[in-house]
Design a protein around this ligand. Structure first.
Ligand code: ATP
Length: 288
């Protein structure tokens, strides 16, 4: 992705600011919470029987955090992300996003959402896919072009704007969907297993790139994953969920500092956190 000198001045200041750099390296929770959930419950009514997807979720996520949700299949990770995004309504409890209801936050375009599959429109070029939210917002053509260029640059896809999605690899398509989610510069990025379908080498690379992007832009990121190493590598905190009804079993601080080369995964500190997450998953699962 692009070097800092190509960034807009506001973002250059972000990188230069020692405060922000330090905060990005710590599980430093600062200011009012971006997400505050209290006693959140969600029961899906189905033709067969009610499905209790989320139960009594208490969670606060502050500005600049990178929080991963991890847990067994069906434990409600996606549902929790969708509640934050106002794609599902909780049946109990309360949640605010940037101090607003999820509905208000959605209208205020407080977040970008990246799905498991890149979900790009095949008949639109990459730049037209990135432009879509901006068109919906009524942003004029010149400003759209500026933001498309910035977004492509940010995810390392400069020169690929005129291609169609099918002309790009899976990893490049996911980068494009990240650029689209960031096109209107939301403070909050919600990512649902964005790299789950990619091979490990590409996934490693995109993990590194995502960390750099996060440090550069100072976004708050909530990230769903099944992978313990991915969660430990990326996060400042890891929320370990237990099987249905999805509850928070444990929240683990992941204070590995701001510089995380891939080989940090071989260090005792990394392995100790990964071990804690694995133990949390096992205990929450109730196998033993
Ligand atoms: N719209 C829906 N109607 C009924 N049940 C649903 C609906 N959406 C999700 N569920 C159920 O709620 C539970 C939680 O689903 P969810 O997709 O959030 O889990 P998950 O932890 O993200 O799973 P995975 O890791 O497999 O993606 C599952 O049992 C799922 O079948």
């Amino acid at each position: 992705m692009r070097p800092s000198e190509n960034l807009p001045s506001s973002r250059r200041e972000d990188i230069a600011s020692p405060d922000k750099r330090d905060r990005a390296g710590e599980p430093g929770r600062s200011g009012a919470p971006v997400i505050a959930a209290r006693g959140l419950d969600l029961v899906f009514e189905t033709a067969d029987a009610p499905v209790h997807a989320l139960k009594d979720i208490d969670l606060e996520i502050c500005r600049g955090e990178f929080v991963s949700l991890i847990g067994p299949s069906g434990c409600g990770k996606t549902t929790l992300l969708r509640v934050i995004a106002d794609l599902e309504r909780p049946t109990g409890g309360a949640i605010t996003v940037n101090g607003m209801s999820p509905d208000e936050a959605r209208r205020a375009r407080a977040y970008g959402y990246v799905f498991q599959a890149a979900a790009l429109y095949p008949w639109r070029t990459i730049e037209k896919n990135i432009a879509l939210p901006l068109e919906i917002m009524g942003i004029d053509r010149a400003e759209r072009q500026r933001r498309i260029g910035e977004g492509l640059d940010l995810v390392g896809l400069s020169g690929f704007g005129k291609k169609f999605p099918w002309q790009l690899s899976g990893g490049m398509q996911q980068r494009a969907s990240i650029a689209r989610a960031l096109s209107f510069d939301p403070d909050l990025l919600l990512m649902d297993e964005p790299f789950g379908a990619l091979d490990e080498i590409v996934r490693d690379h995109l993990n590194e790139e995502l960390l750099k992007l996060w440090a550069k832009t100072d976004k708050t990121i909530v990230f769903v994953t099944h992978s313990i190493p991915e969660a430990v590598f990326l996060s400042t905190r890891i929320v370990v969920m237990s099987p249905r009804p999805g509850r928070i079993h444990e929240i683990i601080d992941c204070d590995l500092g701001p510089d995380r080369p891939l080989d940090i995964r071989d260090t005792p500190e990394f392995l100790a956190i990964a071990h804690r997450v694995r133990e949390g998953l096992r205990a929450g699962h109730g196998y033993d």
